[in-house]
Design a protein around this ligand. Structure first.
Ligand code: OSB
Ligand code: MG
Length: 372
């Protein structure tokens, strides 16, 4: 079943965070991102491009994604009237890189497919969970006591695990205090690539804190140094930035660079590639979990559907709407139960309802592309 693609809209949005988010890259008070709306007959599919304003987590930015979408990816879809996400994935491969731009458009095509077939995305993907376990990722704070207070309140809300951001100078002492106050909480740390081989001895000290995993200690794309570190640590390493494709996942596995993989749809270029990574890891018994990029409810709903696949074995970086934004773009908002779970939407496609007036209020720039 497929339909003609009539037009595509790109929107640049800005949403302020309820609380700043600081990583080893720096502090952010708001998020700028692109929404992709694809129209086919009376159906509208929504996707979110997770690229940030600045090239910090990745080389992609809102401007590079806007340019690659408007010059190459949107014309590809409109000229060939591509509505199948698999066909889009294959055709878009000829353009090198820019996975976040590709993923945003592919997600909108998945939403259209789900709506046309009247099935929620998790069913199209072969998901097996009706509820997914929720964790929370907490940025670097002004003081350790503020961090401890924030952890306390998220634990009280029900989150199943806590992730803290670390960087040189905000690491061993901080983890020691967190563990002292919360000896039992499932805990992990994420360095976003802030360390290098000269920090091996510091990183090895992290073994003392009984973490579920240590995420991305060394820079993106590096697999070799992660292999060297994993050989010397008992804490499982989890790769985020380094795993940009199913090929990269295979190499990480063969090199024993990590024991766990974080899947982010944007980083790997879409759902088709995410499922390839998922299936490969399932076959090799490498557990995965779903990472986040502080998405609006639209991007987060897409992530929730992906996280229903069977090899998602750890709590995900998928938190409640109110943890990120005063007013999310969707109804109903994402909510986390007392047990720390999120219910998977059952309505067709992304299964949640984007609020057009809220989208409009947050829009900085908009462009529309018509089929010829
Ligand atoms: O490395 O996982 C990361 C946010 C922005 C960029 C990178 C990362 C993150 C998070 C937040 O940790 C996850 C979320 O709750 O969306
Ligand atoms: Mg990460």
């Amino acid at each position: 079943m497929s339909g003609k693609i009539d037009r595509v809209e790109l929107l640049l949005l800005r949403l302020p965070f309820v609380h700043f988010f600081e990583t080893s890259f720096g502090r952010e008070e708001e998020r700028e991102f692109i929404l992709v709306k694809v129209h086919s007959g009376d159906i509208c599919g929504y996707g979110e491009v997770v690229a940030d304003k600045s090239p910090l987590y990745s080389y992609e930015t809102t401007s590079t994604a806007w340019s690659v979408l408007s010059d190459f990816l949107v014309p590809l879809v409109l000229e060939k009237s591509i509505s199948c996400p698999h066909v889009f994935h294959d055709e878009a491969k000829k353009y090198r890189g820019h996975p976040m731009a590709k993923a945003g458009l592919e997600l909108a095509l998945w939403d259209i497919r789900g709506k046309r077939e009247e099935k929620p995305l998790w069913k199209l993907y072969g998901g097996v969970k009706r509820e997914i376990p929720s964790g929370v990722s907490i940025g670097i704070q002004d003081s350790v006591s503020e961090l401890l207070d924030r952890i306390q309140s998220f634990i009280e809300e029900g989150y199943q695990r806590i992730k803290v951001k670390i960087k040189p100078g905000w690491d061993i002492d901080v983890l020691e205090k967190v563990r002292k106050r919360f000896p039992e909480v499932p805990l992990q740390a994420d360095a976003n690539g802030a360390y290098s081989l000269k920090d091996m001895e510091i990183l090895k000290e992290i073994d003392a804190f009984n973490l579920l995993m240590l995420e991305q200690p060394f820079p993106p794309y590096d697999l070799w140094d992660h292999r060297r570190l994993q050989k010397e640590m008992k804490t499982p390493l989890c790769l985020d930035e380094s795993v940009i494709s199913a090929e990269a996942a295979r190499k990480a596995y063969e090199m024993e660079s990590c024991r766990i993989i974080n899947i982010k749809v944007g980083r790997v270029g879409g759902i088709v590639e995410s499922r390839k990574i998922h299936d490969f890891c399932q076959d090799k018994q490498i557990p995965v979990w779903c990472g986040g990029m502080l998405e609006s409810g639209i991007g987060r709903a897409h992530n929730i559907h992906l996280a229903t696949l069977p090899n998602f074995k750890f709590p995900n970086d998928l938190s409640a709407s109110k943890r990120y934004y005063e007013e999310d773009l969707i109804e109903p908002p994402v909510e986390v139960s007392r047990e720390g779970t999120i219910r998977v939407p059952e309505s067709p496609g992304i299964g949640v309802f984007p609020q057009e007036h809220r989208i409009e209020r947050a829009t900085l720039k908009r462009e529309e592309f018509q089929a010829g």
